[in-house]
Structure formats: C-alpha cells, structure tokens
Design a binder for this molecule. Structure first.
Ligand code: GP9
Ligand code: MN
Length: 601
C-alpha cells in the first residue's frame, strides 16, 4: 500500500477536500467540523480502497470517481437552489424531465460552479508521475482507524436526525447517498405489504367518517376541481393600493367555504404530485414524483369511485401530457379521458401552454358536452399560467393590476401580477359556469398546488414583509395554499379554521357527495367534521414536519427535539413530550402510506 499512495492520490484527495468545503458553503452556508471530518474521512477511505485494490488502473479509476463526484456536486448545488432539498441518487433516474425544466436550470447555473472541474486541467498530468510516499505501517493503520472513527461518528449523528439537510451536514454528499441507498435496500428487503383500509383506520387519529355536517348535500352534483399553479394563501383577501390581488377567488370564497389553514404536501413531482394527492388522499413519497412511483400500477381514488358512481371523469392541462409522465398517472388513476396540449394548442402561450383564459374556454366546450350526456361529471382543471418565472406577455400585463413602483423589477411583483392574471382567468371561468347553469349544478374545489414565492434577495424579502405586516414564515406562510369549496345549497361565507392539507380534499369531498369510504384506503380527514387534525409535510420541509390544529412542528437537530410555532400568532416554543409523540405518530403514518404505494399492483 505504501507505494500506492502517490502524488496523484494526494492531489485528488486534496482537491476533493476543497470541493467538499465549496459545496457545503453553497448549500448550508457554514462549515460543520465533525461533518466535514466524517465526509473527508469517507472520501479518504474510498481513495485508499481504490488505490489498494487495483494498482494499474487505480489512477484512471480515481480520476473517473473524482469526475463523478464533481458532476453530482454540481447537480446537488443546482438541485438545492431549485428544490431547497438535498438530491438523492433516485433523482438521477428521473433525468428525462431535465429537458423540460431546462430554462429554470439555466437560470440557476452560475459560472463559479465550474470551479468544481478546475482540477481536471492539472490532474491528468500527475497521473503518470511516479512519486510515491512511504508511510510506516503503524502510521497508516493509525490514520485509517482515525478516519473510521470520524465516519462512525458521522453515521451516528446522521442517524440521530430526521432532517435531510442535517443528515447531509453530518455525512456529506457521498455518505448521504450511501445512507439513502441502505435505507432503500432495507425497505426493499422488507418486501411489499398490502395495506388495507382497516390498517389505516387503526392508525388514523381523529378519524371522522360518515360525518354529519353537510353529509351528502351535493350528492349527484358535478365536481369541478380547479388546481391553481403556485398560488399561495398569503395573496388571498389581500389588497395593494386598494385593489384585491385575487378578487375572483375571494368572491368564490365568500359564496362558499374558505380554509385559511390549508397546506401543500407535494414532493418533487410538484403540480403532478398535487394532482395525485388530491385524487387519492395518499401522501407523496417526496423525492420521487408520484407519476413515476405509480406508473404501471392501478390505484383507487376519486376517479375510480366517481366512475363507479356513474360519473364521466376527465382531467385537463395545457402542457404536453408526457410532462411528469402524466399519461401514466392518469391511466393508473383510471381517469376516463385527459385533454392536453394536443387539444388546447399553443395559442396565447404562457409558461408551458396556452393561457389560462383559453384553457378554461376550451375546457368549457367539453364540460358542456359532458353535461349534455345527461350524467354527472368529475373534472380536474389544472391551470398553468402562474408558473415560475412569472413572465406575462405584454398584452396580458394590460389586463392585470398595476403595482406601486417599489415592486418594479422584483420577483414578488411579477408573482403577484401572475397570480392576479390566474385569478382574472378563474373569474371568467366562474362567469361562464354561471351563464351555462353549471355553477348551481356543480361543487367547485379551488386550491393552490404548492408554494410559488421566491425571496432570494433582501428587496423581495422586504416587499413580502410589508405585504404581510410581519416576518414571512418558512413553513406556515411558505406552504400555506388557499382552499375554497363552493357547494350549491350550502351557506356561503363560511370560514373553516381547521388545519388541513391536500390529503384531506378527497375525504372532505366524499362527505359532501355522500360517498362511502369504508372500503377505501384514505389517509386524510373530512375537514368539515374533524375536531382535530394532524398532517405531515416532507420534501419541501424536513421529514418529520407536521401541522396540527394549533401548531406547526419543525424537527430539530436530533430526533427528540423540535420547535412548535403557533399557527394563530407565530409564537414559538421548544417541543414537549406530547409534540414528540405526535412526531412518532406521523412518521409511522407516513411509512404506512409509503408501504401502501409500494405495495400497489
Ligand atoms: C407543467 C407543470 C409544471 O405541466 O406541471 O409545473 P411544476 O410541476 O413545475 O409546478
Ligand atoms: Mn405547479
């Protein structure tokens, strides 16, 4: 071994240490010494292993490993910028979606990231040099043991935390991948379990079924689900310069029910994850888009049970159905029909497809056809125009609200106008539904799919602070999306304070429609009748994050710590025993949901 530790291995190790520090600085913004020691020790052991295993090919192999680590590091930096989450090896399997988000990636790339590859200008020339170091055996053994201790310490620390960012912090990028891989393997080893409705019922807290409030009030009515792109709740019922940002959504809320404490729960599949959760009341896995997770499998949910109840079911979205592999998901969920870009065309293009105005207009053509069939319909209208980077064409800017000068050039300003446009189009849809007599014949469900606000610079942060009149909260504001239900025959203007999430839409609707969920696997709760609720959030917040009827819980650095923030007034306190018990419960509940997904046939 002594002679195998040469100038090239030393230089490679040294460069990898620099890269580790660089990546950590960009992702976490600080250097955590035990974590760095664990990470570089792991890399050191890797190099020793390669060098010891194959003398001749060791150097080229090391160069290749270095290149791989550099590429993964670059991907991790951009991924973190985009998702605020640590990349896992699973994401590499989803690289086919990369082309479609190319614009967003290009916008996030910075030239200084190329420093990760600077060593490749020099390292190849060192490969052939025969300068080796002779180390005494006991020194070598000592260094290896020390490295082993640092790695073991890192593993122990990483296992003691739930937060993915902390795990990365404790072990580094390579170690984090190994840990993820091992937990994936042990899950696969456990095999698929068939999760039954009884198993969910047994674990579910505050289970309300066969509710009283409004039970069956909308039996047989059409169901129109409108999923708004990137719309957060903080814009609802807000005015700037005396003008409402979402006047049409506000009006609908005043005519129906408004859920101000409603949260997104999407994972990496964003829009498509929201579609999935809404239709199934099952948690998204987080780091795998659900379109990929359920491809080729069959799943019960709203399209199935409403189909069985005689409804015509269809889903509408202006982008190509291949984006996020939606075609697979729609098949798995048994939607009878879908309408995508090939139906909507490219006229009046915004973001990824035709404008929301044209989208709703052309959807209405189909809704009228469905109505004329003489049976009820269930439709999902997945709007799109308010998608990042919130660029509205000039002629649309004339339609939207003007903003004070301080918003000029800010992303917050663009976001507000983009949502204002989405709301304008929604208003036209509602008008049309009224004209066609469908408004009184349909339950409407309108909600935001996920967060959209970007506050990367101080000016944007300040604008948001002013708009809110307080600090923006990374969980309670960022993941809070509006939910509005409008039910013909039910009194309007009702505000349902109960905390809820996307998983709760299906059981809430089922109660209104008088559908029996006794034999269905449903992880959510009927928000109309729940006295309490507890929902989990992951991917866009560390695993273990949850919200109950009073607090938002954020896991701490260790498994038995965390912080509670009161939803009503944002005051915080350390989590006590009761909150930690709820943490244990939600972790088990999420595992049950994942087992259900993994066991699907
Ligand atoms: C495009 C849309 C993209 O079809 O799904 O939105 P995103 O998933 O990135 O929110
Ligand atoms: Mn979206």
């Amino acid at each position: 071994m002594e002679s195998k530790w040469n100038i090239f291995t030393s230089a490679t190790f040294f460069m990898l240490v620099l890269k580790v520090l660089f990546v950590r600085q960009l992702i976490i913004g600080e250097i955590h010494v035990p974590g760095v020691l664990a990470e570089i020790s792991l890399l050191f052991l890797l190099i020793v292993l390669i060098a010891a295993a194959d003398g001749k090919r060791a150097n080229p192999l090391l160069l290749a490993v270095n290149l791989l680590i550099s590429v993964v590091s670059l991907t991790a930096i951009i991924y973190f910028d985009y998702y605020n989450s640590i990349i896992t090896y699973k994401a590499l399997g989803q690289a086919d979606q990369l082309g479609d988000v190319g614009d967003s990636i290009a916008a996030l790339f910075k030239y200084r990231y190329l420093l990760l590859f600077a060593d490749f200008l020099v390292l190849p020339f060192l490969m052939k040099r025969r300068v080796s170091f002779r180390l005494k055996r006991w020194v070598l053994v000592g260094v290896l043991v020390l490295a082993g201790v640092f790695v073991a310490n890192g593993v122990r620390n990483a296992r003691g935390t739930l937060s993915e960012i902390s795990q990365f912090n404790q072990l580094g990028l390579v170690g984090y991948q190994l840990m993820e891989g091992l937990s994936g393997m042990s899950a696969a080893f456990r095999g698929d379990v068939e999760v039954t409705p009884e198993m969910v019922a047994e674990q579910q807290r505050n289970r309300v079924r066969g509710g009283v409030e409004l039970a069956g009030i909308a039996k047989g009515k059409n169901v129109i689900v409108v999923q708004l792109e990137s719309v957060q709740d903080l814009l609802v019922n807000k005015k700037i310069g005396g003008r409402e940002i979402t006047p049409n959504l506000n009006r609908l809320a005043a005519d129906g029910m408004y859920f101000p404490n409603f949260y997104t729960q999407v994972g990496k599949g964003n829009t498509s994850d929201a579609e999935f959760i809404t239709n199934t009341s099952v948690y998204a896995l987080g780091d795998t888009p659900m379109t990929a997770a359920i491809a080729g499998k069959e799943m019960r949910g709203l399209p199935v049970i409403l189909g069985e109840a005689g409804y015509h079911t269809a889903t509408f979205h202006a982008n190509d159905v291949s984006f996020w592999n939606r075609e697979e998901m729609y098949k798995s969920l048994s939607f009878q029909e879908f309408y995508d870009k090939s139906y909507f065309g490219k006229e009046d293009f915004i973001a990824y497809g035709t404008s929301d105005e044209i989208f709703y207009e052309k959807s209405m053509v189909k809704l009228r056809e469905f109505r004329d069939e003489g049976r009820p319909f269930y439709v999902n209208l997945i709007a799109l125009s308010s998608h990042f980077p919130y660029e509205l064409p000039e002629e649309k800017k004339k339609l939207v609200m003007g903003l004070p000068e301080e918003f000029d050039g800010s992303i917050v300003g663009k976001y507000i106008q983009s949502v204002n446009y989405a709301d304008y189009a929604l208003g036209k849809l509602v008008e049309q539904l009224k004209t066609d007599g469908l408004y009184e014949e349909s339950v409407m469900v309108v909600y935001g799919d996920h967060q959209g606000l970007q506050t990367k610079n101080d000016h944007d942060k300040e604008l948001v602070r002013k708009l809110l009149g307080r600090e923006y909260h990374g969980l309670l504001d960022h993941l809070n999306v509006p939910l509005v239900l409008r039910v013909p025959g039910a009194a309007g203007g009702k505000i349902v304070e109960m905390t809820g999430g996307l998983v709760d839409i299906y059981p809430t609707l089922a109660n209104l429609l008088g559908l029996d969920l006794g034999r269905e696997v449903v992880f959510g709760t009927d928000l109309m009748n729940a006295k309490e609720n507890l929902i989990g959030v992951r991917f866009y917040a560390p695993t273990g994050t949850y919200l109950d009827s009073t607090y938002g819980f954020s896991p701490g650095e260790t498994r038995d710590s965390g912080e509670l923030t009161t939803i009503a007034d944002r005051t915080t306190k350390p989590a006590g025993q009761a909150a930690l018990k709820q943490l244990d419960w939600i972790l088990k509940y999420l595992s049950l949901s994942d087992e259900y997904v993994n066991g699907l046939k």
